[in-house]
Design a binder for this molecule. Structure first.
Ligand code: MTE
Length: 403
């Protein structure tokens, strides 16, 4: 269904998506149950969208001429068209989950309003991305000795300039980090909302680092000084409130507070939060199900549920659909799937636990928490911060029972 109201008239959008910032800009998540029912891969229609402004308009006929410039601290700065990127470089296809750093922010906003809008828990989506290892392109430019960062810039012109941020050069050059320049999503040309025709995809890190409508890679000595790098995607110390953060720019300039890796997180999709369940004539068992993801490529190694406010915990089963792609050596959507060398886990996993109807009848709420392979566990309490980001305490759903 085409939405005619927003300034982004050329963008086809699905009416099931929940708008989080009014008509414009377009910031949406799917209802969690609808997202979950899609399974491992999210269709572009239900993939969450986080746009800071209007979507740059790119006509289909001009896609091959889209130009990426590689500049800054390099011996051989050069420009590359999308046609050349596709013809001259090895194409790869990988499943990668993107997550907005604001996922689950609503829970923070309930406690104390942050400066961000209220994401539920569906600010997460997975696609098969096709493109080129960013390292291959950077290598050709020959970075100079003092080069430390890769700054990325998009074509969306915003009130404070173009959207931009950075990644560390040594991450980009590390094949195990899997950082890509992607031009296809589940086999299709990228949709306008997701960066048509070219974007960065930075696995295991917050979505904010995966710059859409990518036009520039600038190699630098220090981190990005782009406004959106400094004033977005940070977790400032909890005592810094909106007033203090506005008075004192020093808080925003401290790169230690910039978020890169995602934190360990999980949520329950079935039952839904607040769902009314008829348990009287129900089958003996109820299958409680949800998702979990870790940061920096760290695998989720356990998911636990509590029906008694955290006094005791039960172990859930975990499935890793990403592993189905691990040992295959095939071409998909014009890209080679070769994850044999890639040790990390860059996708969401699914957990489930069958509970007896008697347990369900007794439970007032269900808590879930995940742990990753480095034993990072979701905390019990919320860490409130001024942008309301990286919210990952135990996920709690309450259920209402119908007689
Ligand atoms: N890139 C540009 N150029 N402009 C943006 O507004 N938003 C970022 C990132 N890249 C953004 C961007 C943020 S905060 C997120 S979470 C992801 O894109 C969202 O990607 P998606 O909309 O494809 O899900």
């Amino acid at each position: 269904e085409i939405d005619k109201k927003t300034p982004d008239k050329h963008v086809g959008r699905d009416s099931r998506l929940i708008r989080l910032t009014g008509v414009h800009p377009f910031n949406v998540e799917a209802p969690l149950t609808a997202l979950f029912n899609e399974g491992f891969l999210t269709s572009p229609e239900l993939f969450y969208v986080r746009n800071h402004g209007a979507v740059p308009e790119v006509k289909d006929e001009s896609i091959p001429d889209w130009t990426l410039s590689i500049e800054g601290l390099v011996q051989l700065p050069f420009k590359l068209t999308l046609r050349e990127l596709i013809e001259d470089y090895e194409q790869l296809t990988y499943p990668i989950t993107l997550v907005c750093a604001g996922n689950r922010r609503k829970e923070q906003n309930v406690i104390r309003k942050s400066k961000g809008f209220s994401w539920g828990s569906a600010g997460v989506s997975t696609a098969l991305w096709t493109g080129v290892a960013m390292s291959e392109v950077i290598k050709r430019a020959r970075p100079l000795r003092q080069a430390r960062y890769v700054c990325m810039e998009g074509a969306d012109k915003l009130p404070n300039g173009y959207y931009g941020t950075c990644a560390k050069l040594n991450w980009v050059m590390d094949p195990n980090k899997g950082i890509m320049l992607a031009h296809r999503m589940n086999g299709e040309v990228l949709r306008p909302d997701h960066g048509k025709p070219l974007r960065a995809v930075v696995p295991g890190q917050i979505g904010g680092r995966s710059v859409k409508w990518l036009t520039k890679l600038i190699i630098t000595e220090g981190p990005s000084d782009n406004w959106y790098h400094l004033y977005d995607n940070r977790v400032l110390p909890t005592m810094v409130d909106p007033e203090e953060s506005a008075k004192n720019p020093k808080w925003w300039k401290d790169e230690r507070y910039a978020i890169y890796d995602l934190s360990t997180n999980s949520a329950t999709a079935f039952p839904e939060h607040g769902e009314t369940l008829s348990l009287n004539n129900a089958p003996e068992l109820y299958n409680v199900r949800g998702y979990a993801y870790g940061g920096g490529g760290r695998r989720i190694t356990r998911v636990e549920l509590s029906l008694n406010q955290g006094r005791t915990w039960r172990l859930a089963n975990i499935e890793y659909p990403e592993d189905l792609y691990r040992d295959v050596d095939i071409d998909l959507y014009g890209g080679k799937i070769d994850m044999s060398w890639r040790e990390n886990s860059f996708c969401w996993s699914f957990w489930s636990l069958q509970l007896s109807i008697d347990d369900m009848k007794m439970a007032k709420d269900i808590l879930v928490r995940a742990m990753d392979e480095s034993m990072n566990i979701q905390p019990r309490d919320i860490y409130w911060s001024v942008l309301g980001m990286m919210n990952n305490p135990w996920y709690r759903i309450t259920i209402t029972k119908k007689d």
